[in-house]
Design a protein around this ligand. Structure first.
Ligand code: SAM
Length: 276
């Protein structure tokens, strides 16, 4: 695994260090493997990844999409800002005998040459790079003309978008000039970001069914234990029991509202496009 990602020009290196530490907190694999493995399958299938493709998964985490892409026989690079997540994915893929490369890389400064890949994927990943234009530029740069792009991003109105809205007043402030992650789940924003660098852009709102939680409090406690951004929001308020209690209540209420007969439906935006 390469271990020294380039920091984009003009970005404070400590911002990237904080983001890495946030995603390394908890145990993100429990979310990827326990709740949303279906999304990796959807992305690989909808982008038509096959054995002839060289594929980049951007913000791959523990390899939700990357490992499934590699199972088709494709030549796959799983890239991510957070080495701890790549290491967990690498352990899992080597135990399963699936071959792919795991490389530390910032979505806003990808260490790959222009047009290096037939396909670039990102499954609820690129949305967390704070400077959207920069990440969109890098995404388009590394895909060859005629190559494919496939993205899954949480929508602002969907459950995870709403969870980020609930956590916002409690979370550390974003860097100046950052755009909120769920905007990548807004079709108009994505069309503007990718512009005429792509053709045949198709956008579809879908939901993934989640039946892992019996109550809003159970959902909250799971995210509080395992999901980096939620852990960081609680940590930022740990000296203020009233704020911790308010966040506890708000997250449990959000979860309760979303539960219908023991199930939640988390909305995402699926984007497929061709590089112009
Ligand atoms: C919600 S996880 C998604 C991981 C994986 N794609 C999946 O489907 O499970 C978000 C990922 O974005 C990564 N990430 C956040 N900011 C990033 C950046 N600037 N460049 C690359 N990866 C980043 C995190 O390390 C984390 O692995």
């Amino acid at each position: 695994m390469s271990t020294s990602p380039t920091t984009p020009a003009g970005v404070a290196p400590d911002l990237k260090a904080r983001h890495r530490a946030m995603w390394a907190s908890g145990e993100y694999a429990r979310v990827a493997d326990g709740l949303i493995p279906e999304l990796g399958d959807v992305l690989v299938r909808e982008t038509g990844v096959g054995a002839e493709d060289r594929v980049l998964d951007i913000a791959a985490g523990t390899g939700n999409a990357a490992i499934r892409a590699a199972l088709t026989g494709a030549d796959v690079v799983a890239s991510d800002l957070t080495p701890e997540l790549l290491a967990a994915g690498e352990r899992r893929s080597s135990e399963a005998g699936v071959g792919l490369s795991w490389e530390q890389a910032d979505a806003e400064a990808l260490p790959y040459r222009d047009a290096a890949f037939d396909v670039a994927l990102s499954c609820v990943g690129i949305m967390f790079a704070p400077f959207h234009e920069r990440a969109a530029g890098e995404l388009c740069r590394v895909v060859r003309p005629g190559g494919r792009i496939g993205l899954i991003n949480w929508t602002p109105e969907g459950f995870i978008g709403q969870m980020f809205a609930v956590m916002k007043p409690y979370a550390p402030p974003p860097p100046e000039g950052a755009t909120p992650p769920p905007r990548w789940g807004d079709e108009t924003h994505v069309r503007e970001l990718l512009g005429d660098r792509v053709t045949d852009l198709r956008a579809e709102r879908r939901t993934v069914a989640i039946d892992a939680f019996g109550s809003g409090a159970e959902f909250r406690d799971f995210f509080k234990s395992y999901y980096g951004p939620t852990i960081v929001a609680y940590r930022a308020n740990q000296d203020d029991p009233a704020r911790v209690a308010a966040l506890d209540e708000a997250l449990a209420e959000l979860g309760d509202q979303a539960l219908v007969e023991g199930r939640m439906a988390w909305e995402y935006l699926l984007i497929t496009a061709q590089r112009a």
